[in-house]
Design a protein around this ligand. Structure first.
Ligand SMILES: O=C1N(Cc2ccc(-c3nnn[nH]3)cc2)c2ccc(Br)cc2C12CCN(S(=O)(=O)c1cccs1)CC2
Length: 233
């Protein structure tokens, strides 16, 4: 039986990541607005856009606190942020949505999202992902590390120094692996299940890109920050 122990240095790394993850939250008034009275599809979409804009701001702040990130080549920093923005947003949304929302709110939010002009073909994979995250009952350390690991994916488009990104991602993967063994001793496959979610996340990128095109066709407006990070002209 492997004796798994998290070293002091690994505990310190985990603390930095978790503090950054918890420090940056989107303003609850924005999320609460979604739960208030009935909105039209246009108003719903505007709310989700406002929320997504906050999420991107939170993501950038969180990323800046990942040890070593700001020492990467600047173009690579941008490439990692743009390459992971949708995945990190959906991962965080699923984590927050499945945790923070008291019962009944999930249905209300589900209704809002359904009514915001997001096509059914995107809703299904989105909610499947949300449910698969909820079933994992991740502790905040696992959530924060998994988000950092998503951002530090070396093979994003246009990343020049992939080795430098791997050197940052590998220690995170090792801490997460140990954490999973310690937190879920009866479930040796738990770490593999977490990484499997990252594969599922990548498929959401594809759906999201399709959605952007259809939203553009229906003349949906996005904020400058979302246009920048999602490569919308
Ligand atoms: O908005 C979402 N929500 C609700 C949501 C998100 C975050 C918080 C929250 N609270 N505190 N911190 N975070 C609460 C509710 C949610 C929940 C689960 C999954 Br899976 C995904 C989502 C999206 C993500 C963005 N898209 S989007 O398609 O990119 C789009 C952008 C513009 C218009 S539509 C819609 C679905």
């Amino acid at each position: 039986k492997e004796k798994v122990e998290i070293t002091k240095a690994q505990r310190a790394l985990m603390k930095v990541i978790v503090d950054a993850y918890n420090r940056h939250k989107i303003p609850q008034d924005v999320a609460k607005k979604l739960l208030q009275d009935q909105y039209s599809a246009e108003e719903n979409f505007l709310l989700l856009t406002e929320m997504a804009t906050s999420q991107v701001q939170v993501l950038v702040e969180f990323t800046k606190n990942i040890p070593g990130f700001l020492s990467l080549n600047h173009e690579d920093q941008i490439a990692l942020l743009k390459g992971s923005a949708v995945e990190a947003m959906f991962l965080r949304s699923a984590q927050v949505f499945s945790q923070k929302m008291p019962n009944g709110h999930t249905e209300v939010l589900e209704e809002r999202i359904r009514k915001s002009g997001i096509s059914e073909e995107f809703m299904t994979p989105m909610f499947n992902f949300y449910k698969s995250i909820g079933e994992l009952h991740m502790i905040e350390e696992e959530q924060a590390l998994l988000t950092a690991i998503t951002i530090l994916t070396p093979d994003r488009p246009f990343v020049k120094d992939q080795q430098a990104v791997e050197r940052l991602q590998e220690p995170m993967l090792e801490v997460l692996r140990k954490l999973c063994v310690l937190q879920h001793p009866q479930e040796p496959q738990y770490f593999a299940r977490l990484l499997g979610r990252l594969t599922e996340l990548r498929t959401l990128n594809h759906y999201h890109a399709e959605m952007l095109t259809s939203w553009r066709m229906n003349d949906h407006k996005f904020t400058p920050l979302l246009c920048e990070i999602w490569d919308v002209q």
